[in-house]
Ligand binder design. Structure first.
Ligand SMILES: Cc1cc2nc3c(=O)[nH]c(=O)nc-3n(C[C@H](O)[C@H](O)[C@H](O)COP(=O)(O)O)c2cc1C
Length: 236
């Protein structure tokens, strides 16, 4: 018997509120397809904000901040699919998810892109304003990590202000259901590929970290600079 497919959802809300309700809905849809759906509530994770070191852009080993971000990343690596779900705060991504994107993305994931070919889904939850922008920001981060973002129709943006409102947004929940269904379709396809070929799918770009050659990192990868030419006599 093969192991069930697994989705890990990252919940970036500070409360057991609308985002959590939406993820419980997603979990029901996943269960209907035989998929194990687990949620990491970032509010319960020991996670520091980025500190003052600022050395992410030059260090070649994972972030050294001693908290539980590495543990969450390890759980993501174990999963077949990842859902990023966050409320909108101040027209942007709520700070817990923003911190996680910074700490996990820049601090841990960027070296060898271990989430390559995992199926990703994004859900934003907002009263209304900037729901699409936050959805797009999280989607770009999934794409950056070489994940497979599967089209499922309208973006899974759920409109909700007060506790309980999310479950009244029928259209939003329909979009979430479609997202989970389509993620499951793709996870099944990839599992079948693994069964037939024994490999994880195309990973042609894994060896070439996209940061190589960037001006930002030029010092790391540049040829040694030539000796400066001597100025002609009599000239400054
Ligand atoms: C500090 C704060 C800022 C918010 N900013 C926005 C916003 O910019 N746009 C919006 O549509 N909703 C905004 N909201 C509303 C939340 O996105 C909405 O209540 C959402 O359902 C909260 O999800 P949660 O219960 O999972 O935390 C804000 C809520 C809070 C607490």
């Amino acid at each position: 018997m093969t192991a069930p497919l697994r989705i890990l959802a990252i919940n970036g809300s500070e409360r057991d509120g609308n985002t959590a309700d939406v993820l419980r809905h997603a979990a029901e849809v996943a269960a209907g397809r035989g998929v194990v759906f687990e949620t990491v509530d970032l509010r319960s994770v020991r996670m520091d904000r980025c500190g003052p070191c600022g050395d992410c852009n030059t260090r070649t080993t994972p972030c050294a901040v001693p908290d539980d971000v590495a543990g969450v990343v390890a759980r993501m690596i174990e999963a077949d699919g990842i859902v990023f779900a966050a409320p909108v705060h101040g027209f942007g991504t709520a700070s817990l998810m923003q911190t996680f994107i910074e700490r996990a993305g820049v601090g841990h994931l960027r070296f060898d892109r271990p989430l390559t070919n995992k199926v990703a889904g994004v859900i934003s939850v907002a009263r209304r304003y900037s729901a699409g922008e936050v959805w797009a920001q999280l989607t770009v981060n999934a794409l950056l990590n070489r994940m497979i973002v599967v089209g499922s129709g309208f973006p899974a943006t759920v409109h909700a202000l007060h506790r309980g409102d999310a479950l009244k947004d029928e259209e939003g929940l329909t979009n979430v259901s479609r997202l989970v269904e389509r993620m499951t379709d793709m996870m099944e396809l990839l599992a079948e590929h693994r069964r037939l070929t024994g490999n994880d799918g195309p990973i042609h770009t894994r060896e070439a970290n996209e940061r190589v050659g960037l001006a930002l990192n030029a010092a790391e990868f540049a040829e040694p600079a030539p000796e400066p030419a001597l100025a002609p006599q009599g000239r400054p």
